[in-house]
Design a protein around this ligand. Structure first.
Ligand code: MN
Ligand code: MN
Length: 402
C-alpha cells in the first residue's frame, strides 16, 4: 500500500470515529507482513494526525526522543483581554536550547511591562501590536508591528506589548526564548515588584508621598485591558534618543530565496543586528515539495508550523531515524547536527519557522556535499551511476519540488 492510500484509510477511519460508530477500516498498524491490526482502545483522531507514527516508514529505526509538541496540548493561561500558552523543556524535554510562547492580546490589551533573563525573539502571526522598550543607557524603542514582523529584546531589557485595534481586534504572536527552561510565568513584572516592596521604600524611591501609591495593584496584572494608545510618534517620552540598533524587523519585506519547490527567507544578525542570539528562517514548501536533506553546524533547531502539514524524519546516527507528522500550531525540534528533511504532505503550502540559538544561520546540504566531493569517491559510497552524480547541482536548493 502506498503512503497516500494508507493516509486516506486512516483519515477515513478517523472521520468515521468522529462522526459516530466505528467503521470497518479502523487505523491499521500492518505493513508487508509485519504488524497487526489494533484490537484495544485507540484515539482515532490522534492516529489520523500522525500516520507516520502508527505506520512508520520501513527506514525508521531505533530509539529517538520525542521531537513534536502541539500548542493544543499546552496549558492555556486565560486572562482579561488575552491568553498565553507555552512549549518549554517541561512540555518537550528534548528542547533544552529554546522555548516558545504563543500569545493573544485583544485590542488595547497589554502584556504588562516586564523583563526576563532570556532574550525574546518574536514573530507576529496575525494583527498588530505596539511594542516598547528602553536600554541600559535610557535610550528608547517603540514600534507598531504587523503580520510577519519580528522583534528581539536582549535578556534583561524591559519591554511591553499592546494589541492594536484593527481587523483582527488585536494580535497573536509567537515568542521564542534562547533557553528551553524559560517560563512565561517567571518573568519580572512591574506590578509584582511594586506589590512586594514596602510602600515607604517606594515613596522614598520615587520621591513622592505614600498617598500617591494608594491604588497600586495588590497582585500582578500580567495581561489586562489598557488604554487606547495614541499615535506612535507622540506616545513615547524622549530624552536620551533611540536605541542604536532597532529591536524590530520586517521579515516579509526581505526578498525570498526562490526555488522551484518554494521560498526561504533567512533573518539573522547579518540583516537584523539586534538579534544577537537567535537566527531564523521562514520556509514555504509547495504541495509535494520538500525542504531538502540537510543539517545545521550551529546547534539545535526549534520549529513552529504556521500553515499546512508535513512530515520530518530525523536521522540521529547509529541507524537511528524517526518520522513525525506536523501541522499548523505544532512545534518540531531537531537536536544539534542531526540530518533531516521536511516534506509537504498536504494540499496547501506548508509554511514553518526554523529557529536557532545562534547569531548566524547556517545549514549544510547533502546534495551540495555530494556534488562538491570527487565524484568517483561519491560513486564508491553510493553505487549511483556516475552520470547521475555528475548531474547533481552544486548550488544549494533549500526547497526541492515534488
Ligand atoms: Mn517578554
Ligand atoms: Mn533544518
Amino acid at each position: 500500500m502506498t503512503d497516500l492510500s494508507r493516509r486516506g484509510l486512516i483519515a477515513a477511519a478517523a472521520g468515521g470515529a468522529l462522526a459516530g460508530p466505528a467503521r470497518a477500516e479502523a487505523p491499521s498498524a500492518e505493513r508487508g507482513g509485519r504488524g497487526a491490526d489494533i484490537l484495544g482502545p485507540r484515539d482515532a483522531a490522534r492516529a489520523a494526525e500522525a500516520p507516520n507514527t502508527l505506520d512508520p516508514p520501513a527506514t525508521d529505526h531505533g530509539t529517538m526522543p520525542n521531537l513534536k509538541w502541539s500548542f493544543s496540548d499546552s496549558h492555556m493561561r486565560l486572562e482579561p483581554g488575552g491568553w498565553a500558552r507555552q512549549t518549554t523543556v517541561r512540555e518537550l524535554p528534548v528542547s533544552t536550547a529554546m522555548a516558545g510562547v504563543n500569545m493573544r492580546l485583544k485590542a488595547n490589551a497589554v502584556r504588562e511591562m516586564h523583563w526576563h533573563k532570556e532574550a525574546e525573539w518574536a514573530y507576529m502571526i496575525k494583527g498588530r501590536a505596539r511594542i516598547t522598550a528602553i536600554d541600559a543607557e535610557g535610550r528608547t524603542f517603540a514600534d507598531d508591528v504587523g503580520e510577519g514582523d519580528l522583534w528581539y529584546f536582549p535578556g534583561g531589557i524591559p519591554h511591553s506589548i499592546q494589541g492594536l485595534q484593527g481587523p483582527e481586534d488585536g494580535c497573536e504572536f509567537l515568542l521564542v526564548f534562547d533557553d528551553g527552561g524559560f517560563s512565561e510565568d517567571s518573568t519580572f513584572l512591574l506590578t509584582d515588584w511594586l506589590a512586594h516592596t514596602p510602600r515607604s521604600v517606594l515613596a522614598k524611591n520615587f520621591g513622592i508621598p505614600e498617598a500617591a501609591l494608594a491604588h497600586i495593584p495588590e497582585t500582578e496584572l500580567y495581561i489586562f485591558p489598557g488604554p487606547t494608545p495614541g499615535p506612535l510618534a507622540g506616545d513615547v517620552p524622549g530624552g536620551n534618543g533611540q536605541v542604536p540598533r532597532t529591536f524590530s524587523h520586517r521579515m516579509l519585506a526581505q526578498a525570498p530565496v526562490a526555488t522551484r519547490g518554494g521560498r526561504v527567507r533567512i533573518t539573522d544578525s547579518s540583516v537584523f543586528p539586534a538579534s544577537a542570539t537567535i537566527a531564523a528562517a521562514l520556509v514555504e514548501v509547495e504541495p509535494g515539495g520538500m525542504r531538502e536533506l540537510h543539517w545545521h553546524p550551529n546547534g539545535d533547531e526549534w520549529q513552529y508550523y504556521l500553515a499546512g502539514q508535513g512530515r520530518m524524519t530525523v536521522f540521529g546516527s547509529e541507524s537511528k531515524a524517526r518520522t513525525f507528522d506536523y501541522r499548523a500550531g505544532d512545534v518540531g525540534y531537531v537536536p544539534y547536527a542531526m540530518g533531516h528533511y521536511i516534506e509537504n504532505t498536504g494540499p496547501e503550502t506548508l509554511t514553518f519557522l526554523e529557529l536557532f540559538r545562534s547569531p548566524r544561520y547556517a545549514d549544510l546540504s547533502l546534495t551540495q556535499w555530494m556534488a562538491l566531493t570527487p565524484h568517483a569517491l561519491v560513486q564508491a559510497h553510493t553505487r549511483i551511476d556516475r552520470a547521475v552524480i555528475d548531474g547533481l547541482p552544486a548550488a544549494k536548493h533549500p526547497v526541492v519540488p515534488g
